[in-house]
Write a protein that binds this ligand. Structure first.
Ligand SMILES: [Zn+2]
Ligand SMILES: [Zn+2]
Length: 411
């Protein structure tokens, strides 16, 4: 988990928290007939999905120049599916993400590799991997790294997330302590806060410390010169990887849901402001024919999906303002109005998501704290937010200039 991880081990999105059983229903293909003559674009072979549109069998993606990427769905926690990717190359094959430490991950990864060999002619085996690249330090993406470390495969992760692997126990304990403060300041009473903290601690996996072999930064490349883009927001060390006209976006952009967010004050490098900035950064990264997420289906139109996700957050911001107009509300009260009655980890996801949107509005002056004296006198008192006037412009500012530098996030 990143130090921004509010929830512990399964952390993809609020929508994902309300899961249903998996059944195979559909087959999807992308781009197969899209390429104009003489202008090849990336293609994806047909694969089965479940009712949520999540891939459930191996597919081969071929980039414009013919590089093969194998998408291997793996169950990382019960009912929770990650996409792991092998990017094939005669001398520099790499594995992008390794799943959790659960036995189902290894089962699905090994089966997927065998299928990729028999059906698509994958030549590389695990022993041939030049490197494992972790897209971000959430446990469903990196928890299985020790298997590859023991095999002698070098592990690479962005510098902002490297310490999560290197000092896992320390980070987990600090994250739990910060979560306790967050829950009280969100407006939960001590009894409920303690109950959710216990839930968080009981579900938290434990990994031995693992010093990554390489700390990635902006401008670095993996595999055969495939560039890395740093896109904080969902996680402080989140990266994307460009391979020809295909971009591996991990949890930064998903086909069906939006990645979970936490407020920046709780999780530096996370939050709605860096997330939106990183969406623009991805848009400016290049023109891609296909985006491959860490969960869910491939996305054939990256710009359109970015626009949908931004519109979704714009609507959510307006909703928060509406709720706070009649009278001041705590984070927990706003969360309840936004997401209804949640259970278990769903409560924590909903609180983090609500707090990220409240923080965005508060730092821009659209919300004010109605009880500042109480909050100043008691650091654990819950701020109550009221709406300030009616904004006359969209709440998400359009960025005239693409963000191309690696902008530091606020402390
Ligand atoms: Zn994920
Ligand atoms: Zn994640």
């Amino acid at each position: 988990m990143g130090h921004g991880d509010l929830l512990g081990f399964v952390r993809i999105s609020l929508e994902e928290a309300t899961g249903r059983p998996v059944v195979t229903l559909a087959t999807e293909t992308y781009n197969v007939n899209r390429a104009p003559r003489g202008f090849p674009v990336a293609t994806v072979t047909a694969y089965c999905t479940d009712q949520k549109g999540r891939p459930r069998e191996v597919a081969e993606i071929r980039t414009r120049t013919g590089i093969s990427i194998f998408m291997i769905p793996a169950e990382t926690y019960p009912g929770h599916i990650n996409n792991l990717y092998v990017i094939d190359h005669p001398t520099r094959p790499i594995l992008v993400d390794v799943g959790s430490g659960l036995a189902t991950t290894d089962r699905d990864l090994d089966l997927g590799l065998a299928q990729a060999r028999s059906r698509f002619g994958l030549r590389a085996t695990i022993a041939d991997l030049a490197e494992v690249v972790i897209t971000h330090a959430h446990a469903d993406h990196f928890g299985n790294a020790h298997r590859f470390h023991r095999l002698g495969v070098p592990i690479a992760v962005h510098d902002a997330d490297a310490h999560v692997l290197a000092r896992f126990d320390e980070r987990a304990r600090l994250a739990a302590s910060n979560l306790g403060t967050f829950l009280l300041r969100a407006g939960l009473d001590h009894l409920r806060a303690d109950r959710f903290l216990a839930l968080y601690r009981s579900g938290k996996p434990h990994f031995p410390d693992l010093e990554p072999d390489r700390r990635l930064g902006e401008g670095d490349a993996v595999g055969s010169g495939w560039p890395v883009l740093h896109v904080p927001g969902h996680c402080a060390g989140q990266i994307c990887i460009a391979v020809d006209d295909v971009v591996l976006v991990a949890d930064h952009l998903l086909a069906r849901t939006t990645p979970a967010l936490s407020p920046e004050w709780l999780a530096p490098g996370c939050g709605l402001t860096p997330y939106l900035s990183s969406l623009e950064k991805l848009r400016a990264f290049g023109r891609f024919d296909l985006a491959l997420g860490g969960h869910e289906a491939p996305m054939p139109d990256v710009s359109a999906r970015i626009a949908e996700v931004k519109a979704h957050h714009e609507r959510r911001l307006w909703l928060v303002l509406e709720f706070c107009r009649p009278g001041p509300l705590t984070v927990a009260e706003i969360s309840r109005r936004l997401f209804g009655q949640q259970r278990g980890y769903g409560v924590l996801l909903a609180l983090g998501e609500a707090a990220a949107h409240i923080e965005y509005l508060h730092t821009r002056g659209h919300l004010a704290v109605a009880n500042p004296d109480e909050v100043v006198a008691n650091a654990l008192a819950a701020p109550r937010f009221r709406a300030c006037g009616v904004p006359t412009a969209p709440l998400i500012e359009p960025l005239a200039v693409p963000v191309l530098d690696d902008s530091p996030t606020k402390p």
